[in-house]
Design a protein around this ligand. Sequence first.
Ligand SMILES: Cc1ncc(COP(=O)(O)O)c(C=O)c1O
Length: 342
Amino acid sequence: MPHPPLTPAELRAAVDKLPRARLAHLPTPLEEAPRFAAKIGGGVRVFVKRDDCTGLLLGGNKARHNEFLLGDAVDQGCDVVVWGAGVQSNNCRQTAAGCAKLGLECRLYLSRAHHRTEPQGNLLLDYLVGAHVEFTDAAIGPELNALLASKADDFRRAGRRPYFWHPPRVVPLSSVSYALCVAEIAEQLAARGVTPDALYVSSAGATGAGVALGKALLGWNCAARLICPMHWPWHIPTRMAEDANAAAERLGLPHRLTAADIDADESHVAPGYGHPSPGGREALKLLATTEAILLDHVYTAKALAALVADVRAGKYRPGSALVFIHTGGVPAVFAEPNAVLE
Ligand SMILES: Cc1ncc(COP(=O)(O)O)c(C=O)c1O
């Protein structure tokens, strides 16, 4: 027997039991994009959930995540946050911003890869909010995660109380925030009398797991298309289902997902993580020129490219309502303008 769906208010009540730092501007607007929808054809309606407007130093999905992660850090009495990802990481930028706001020391270990390390885009913002930055050659993923764990150990040995990027703890908590985002969307759509046919979001893990969980908790039948910006060395649907289930467990809810419930699409990654795709460039330009909404080339442009491709392939009937969750990432554009210019 499947568990009965929750109302948005019941979902919110479950989330309210977790420690939380109020950092984001919520609710974010849900805007219809009629000029964009007319350009892509198929008679669909497109709504943009403006999570690029969450605040916390220029917006993005990590403002929602950090309400629960930094809430957890404060709840545990931590005094230093040990975080890491790429040089142009939106995650690190918004974590650094949250730390500044909460008076926590922020230590960032940024994987150099092919990136330039001049202070531009996200990196510039990291410095401006007072994060302590070190560059590393450790690759994003298990190698960088191991480095962060060992740095956290060093801080512990020095008598500090570190909060660090430990995926089993931080990913499910981040997912909780996106289950809550789906509840927000539900209320905004209901107020307009619209039933969604599909949600689209860029996701490397936590955000997508949260969207899939939110959809399941509310008992929605619509598609939740989770568009991957990168390939991981694990089976993404299995990992996302595990993270969604760990999030449900944190919320004390009995609902569970399997890999079959996760619609993760790796077909829009090419030519590689961080590199612009032709479909992404087209989607970015279309949304900017029809709605004056800017995407980034690493994450959101590829997710919108998937929506455009699905509409053109005839996946939706005329009148279908598609919700694109804009997860931010715009500062990276200023560090790599050639990635978005023709
Ligand atoms: C702009 C943007 N969108 C989407 C994502 C994916 O988020 P998650 O890893 O939580 O699924 C990221 C995270 O790195 C991001 O910066």
